[in-house]
Design a protein around this ligand. Structure first.
Ligand code: PMP
Length: 422
């Protein structure tokens, strides 16, 4: 098949043709959120122009239209993840809400004092804090799998921490801060052997590699629409049907009930039991268009292309004195994290921004990982389908300039440093 064509892909993203501070925009903050192709913008726009109505409620023309599109999108996500039934796909606001749903519904119903929840050092705060709250409420204990110096998950540590007290293992499929891909299949097999469930945080994975939840065998899988070319405010919880059926509702209201009276309430069946209130219908429609876009690309070719961008960036950074790459796992998504001897990560972010280059700096919502690495933060450049070799070249020449010029005696840099501390 033909090679991946970044230029043609890039043309579908209108936002990328603008200037930022007088330079062409180089968007390298894709791990925070991806840009949206024309087709997603049009789908959301078209929904409000032609289909808008509440779903699953009224018996009129528009409601039937929006309900059909809404449920077709659910089936599309089912196919996207290769779930065995669309009842296993729950719409949420994002990965964060999906994890909170599992922690509050499954966690509060099943965890007892002394039970263990096994997390990893690589987790985003979204896969830590909900478990801390439920641990506080139930008396369960949080355990943490360590990493190796190169940023790979330490499987010896995993084996040591996993025990017959472990009730659930919550692990990211790929680290947003340093890019590490974790061996989730191996983790799931070992956890299931001891009767523990596994929740996989796929927020950083689904835009980069094909995911098959049945092949993985995970119990829960979560992701956010906005990191996979879709709108903000929409995400997915996949859960094994038999498991979801045993779980109590979390949020309550309309849509999630079958029968309500003041003497008692019967809950709706899956997936509606977990979807209280009017959902983000426009977000769901946008998500469907985003998955259409992603599925129109050749995923293995895309992964190869993103790898080439990452390797080019890593090689270029290695040649700049004073730069240290953080996280060099053998399997990574297209995330490059680094620090610099002479410049604070926030100053690098500001100085790159002045040249139109968007990166993320700081702790990346992974403070325990930063603490483990003994860092206050890093600079992170993350690549996606529309980034080009030219983007990487511009980023690298900007970095070379920043590091080699005498910024520390420059008024401009002094100004930035003051701004940061102020
Ligand atoms: N997990 C990971 C690994 C993430 O990168 C993020 C977003 N940075 C989240 C969870 C939370 O996603 P959201 O904010 O979209 O709910």
């Amino acid at each position: 098949s033909e090679p991946f064509n970044p230029e043609r892909t890039r043309q579908q993203f209108p936002i990328l043709s603008q200037q930022a501070h007088g330079s062409p925009l180089v968007y390298l903050d894709n791990a925070a959120t991806t840009q949206k192709p024309e087709s997603v913008i049009e789908a959301v726009n078209g929904y409000y122009r032609e289909q808008n109505a509440n779903v699953h409620r009224a018996s009129h023309y528009l409601s039937a239209k929006s309900t059909r599109a809404f449920e077709m999108a659910r089936e599309q996500v089912q196919q996207f993840l290769n779930a065995s039934s669309s009842d296993e796909i729950i719409w949420t606001r994002g990965a964060t809400e999906a994890i909170n749903l599992v922690a509050n519904s499954w966690g509060r119903a099943n965890l007892k004092a002394g039970d263990e929840v096994l997390l990893t050092c690589l987790e985003h705060h979204a896969n830590i804090v909900p478990w801390q709250l439920v641990a506080e409420a139930t008396g369960a204990v949080i355990k943490v799998v360590d990493i190796r110096p190169d940023g790979e998950l330490c499987m010896d540590s995993f084996t040591r921490q996993l025990s017959d007290k472990t009730r659930i293992v919550c692990v990211t499929h790929a680290s947003n801060a340093i890019g590490t891909i974790t061996p989730v299949a191996e983790i799931i097999a070992a956890a299931h052997n001891l009767g523990a469930l596994v929740l996989v945080d796929g927020a950083q994975m689904v835009a980069h590699q094909t995911v098959d939840v049945q092949k993985l065998g995970c119990d829960f899988y979560v992701f956010s629409g906005h990191k996979v070319f879709g709108p903000t405010g929409i995400g997915v919880l996949y859960g094994r049907k038999a498991l979801l059926e045993t779980m109590p509702p979390w949020q309550a209201g309309g849509e999630m009930i079958e029968q309500v009276s003041f003497s008692g309430t019967r809950f709706n069946t899956l997936p509606f039991k977990f979807e209280a209130g009017t959902p983000n219908v426009a977000g769901v429609i946008g998500m469907a268009a985003a998955l259409d876009f992603l599925q129109s690309l050749n995923m293995p070719k895309l992964a190869e292309y993103e790898l080439s961008l990452r390797q080019k960036a890593e090689a270029g950074l290695r040649d700049i004195p004073g730069i240290k790459l953080i996280g060099q796992a053998s399997e990574k998504v297209s995330v490059v994290s680094f620090i610099c001897d002479t410049l604070h990560n926030q100053d690098i972010g500001l100085l790159l921004d002045q040249q139109g280059i968007a990166v993320r700096t700081g702790h990346h919502c992974t403070m325990p990982l930063m603490e483990r690495l003994n860092l206050s933060g890093t600079v992170r450049a993350s690549f996606s389908v529309y980034n080009t070799e030219e983007d990487v070249d511009r980023f690298l020449s900007a970095m070379r300039l920043l590091v080699t010029s005498e910024y520390h005696t420059d008024e401009e840099f002094q100004g930035l440093a003051v701004q940061r501390s102020g």
